[in-house]
Design a protein around this ligand. Structure first.
Ligand code: AMP
Length: 214
């Protein structure tokens, strides 16, 4: 089974996807994390993607689709996969359907976390992530036990370059233009579940579990 967790930037996809994948025994694949890992490791793919991430723009479809195809073909994906941040364009959604069919999965299902643009801005500008693994925190809503330090691995907490106010505005525009059609794609095929993303994290997690089990 392949699941897609989608929603605007700052909807809580990363945090919820980690928990849901762990609860269901699925592999969590975040294309944003895969891209950031490539950038840190200095790979050619990372070199190509870095400027676009910093500007809040999407990385080319061919690049992201090739990266996902490779990850999805690995043996640890067989138990089930939860995508976080993919597909973000119609071309990616069509490519994912084709990959799923080729690899013998059921047609992918999507869950969208619905959050207002105002909430997105507050959430993203206060967001911090750890340098080592991207574990997520928020200065107000989810502070670490020790200020500036990751609870999980003890590394420094940093602000992502693409969480600056100007870049957040750009990412919201990109979401409206490129990713809303993806929601419609899944809705038209009866494969979309909507979840209210503005509730407390535990309540959102509960709705997601129900969607995944239903
Ligand atoms: P995220 O961590 O999901 O917010 O992604 C961070 C950034 O990585 C995005 O703003 C894009 O620049 C890039 N990115 C992540 N996933 C994709 C995707 N599926 N298609 C294109 N670009 C992506």
């Amino acid at each position: 089974m392949i699941w897609v967790l989608t929603g605007p930037p700052g909807a809580g996809k990363g945090t919820q996807a980690m928990q849901l994948a762990a609860a269901m025994g699925w592999l969590h694949i975040s294309t944003g994390e895969l891209l950031r890992t490539n950038i840190q490791a200095g790979t050619p793919l990372g070199g190509e993607a870095a400027a676009r991430l910093d500007a809040g723009m999407l990385v080319a479809d061919e690049t992201v689709i090739a990266m996902v195809a490779e990850r999805l073909a690995a043996p640890d994906a067989r138990a089930g996969v939860l995508f976080d941040g993919f597909p973000r364009t119609l071309a990616q959604a069509v490519a994912l359907d084709e990959m799923a069919e080729r690899l013998g999965y059921l047609p992918p299902r999507a869950v969208v976390l619905k959050v207002s643009p105002e909430t997105v801005v507050v959430r993203l500008t206060g967001r911090r992530v750890c340098r080592a693994a991207g574990h997520p925190y928020h200065l107000v809503y989810r502070p670490p036990k020790v200020a500036g330090v990751c609870d999980v691995d003890g590394t420094e907490l940093i602000q992502r370059a693409d969480d600056s106010p100007e870049t957040v505005a750009r990412r919201l525009e990109v979401y409206e233009a490129e990713t809303q059609p993806v929601l419609q794609y899944y809705r038209d095929r009866g494969r979309l579940t909507e979840v209210h993303g503005e509730e407390k994290p535990a309540a959102v997690a509960e709705q997601l579990l129900q969607a995944a089990n239903g």
